[in-house]
Design a protein around this ligand. Sequence first.
Ligand code: TYD
Length: 215
Amino acid sequence: MTSDSSNPSQAAHGKFISFEGIDGAGKSTHIGFVAGLLEAHGKSVVSSREPGGTPLGEALRDVLLHQKMHLETEALLMFASRREHMAQVIEPALARGDWVISDRFTDASFAYQGGGRGLDLAKLEALEHWVHPQLQPDLTLLFDVPLDVARTRLDATRTLDKFEQEQTVFFANCRTEYLRRAAQFPQRIVVVDSTRSIEETRRTLTAIVEKLLEL
Ligand code: TYD
């Protein structure tokens, strides 16, 4: 962020970008590219992920991705990981003036625990208000692809974790909730058509990120 002499209290703050999308949408392919773009503009970048991002968060991630549990337990542990991540990583980095890139944040809880598992969205809203009443990403990049494309990409690349083993209807509901959030928060969430080539997507990302750098 360029220094803003009209608002000195904001001047030191970096910006927060989250990456979202259903499993197989391709977000991981582009995280390093966006980090590189920011660094090329002189920003100090902290790249992290959820669930995870701290030693406790990574321990929770291991449990969350491999053990079956009640859907409310799952939501609570996601937000526990997030609380720690904010305290230890996100807030200190932003206060130092670093830019933070997080591979997933609260929109993923709405999409997966809300859309996918069917948890009452009001409960997720309550957790969101509890854990981060003020903070939201400055920009959320939502990588969007049809379900069959996501499934083909997933099957081609790896051993599937607990979420990735879910059925098509689960991901259809996750995607619907992601797109509902994008419509609800159009200033923050940009939907990126991730069916295109990596090069085309990179051009789109460059334009989006350069706009954010100018703000
Ligand atoms: P993912 O970014 O897909 O990790 P990887 O690319 O290494 O597989 O994230 C792990 C999973 O966690 C993903 O399937 C979505 C899920 N998840 C939730 O269900 N709720 C959440 O709040 C978050 C942050 C992630």
